[in-house]
Design a protein around this ligand. Structure first.
Ligand code: GRF
Length: 204
């Protein structure tokens, strides 16, 4: 499977995906694309010899969201990807963009969805007083963080947890879960079916 990864900054999930892909014969990371001018993740990917693209949103130049998303889709489609993996990509994507990639567009979110969509999920979890937390990998649909869930990983919440300690514990699981899901997607063990639900084959 040809995979394009979209990132914003740090890119630790992208690194986990790249490392895992190097052990998989059926996954090829075709490109890593960042929308941020300052992405340490992008520099790392470039140093690995991966194709990188930087596509910064030109707000000052009056670029609209739809125009940006069109430029982004053109950039992505040059790589003819089977999968587009959002890994800490902090831009909301337009409905047109999302529909163009139906079934191929996947995101990782740092909470046990449908709990805590949006930003500051670890703070939301601490505020809610939940005793378990985690991360979710899901197909992307136009409604933010509401797409069909493919897989989740759970961590405990400790009495003395801070946003930072919780983030660290969840990230460890993210770095295991996302590569595992990429493997399933590449071998078509999981897919988005015609009803918009997650389908599983016995290959899993
Ligand atoms: C991760 O927690 C991811 O789940 C969320 O943003 C964070 C990105 O971290 N969407 P990184 O860039 O992968 O290190």
């Amino acid at each position: 499977a040809r995979v394009v990864i979209l990132i914003s900054g740090r890119g630790s999930n992208m690194k986990a995906l790249v490392h895992a892909a190097s052990q998989m014969t059926n996954v090829n990371i075709s490109a890593v694309i960042s929308h941020s001018a300052n992405s340490e993740g992008l520099a790392w990917a470039r140093a690995q010899g991966i194709q990188t693209e930087q596509l910064v949103y030109d707000a000052a130049g009056g670029q609209t969201r739809v125009q940006y998303d069109q430029a982004l889709a053109e950039c992505i489609d040059r790589y003819q990807p089977d999968l587009v993996l959002l890994a800490g990509f902090m831009r909301i994507l337009s409905d047109e963009f999302v529909r163009h990639y139906t079934g191929r567009l996947v995101n990782i979110h740092p909470s046990l969805l449908p709990l805590f969509p949006g930003l500051h999920t670890h703070q939301q979890a601490l505020n809610a007083g939940v005793r378990v937390h985690g991360c979710s990998v899901h197909f992307v649909i136009p409604a933010l963080d509401q797409g069909p869930i493919i897989a989740q990983a759970v961590v405990p919440v400790m009495a003395d947890d801070t946003v930072q300690s919780l983030d660290q514990r969840v990230l460890v699981m993210e770095h295991k879960l996302y590569p595992q899901v990429m493997r399933w997607l590449a071998q078509k063990a999981v897919f988005l079916d015609e009803q918009g639900k997650v389908g599983f084959t016995e290959k899993l």
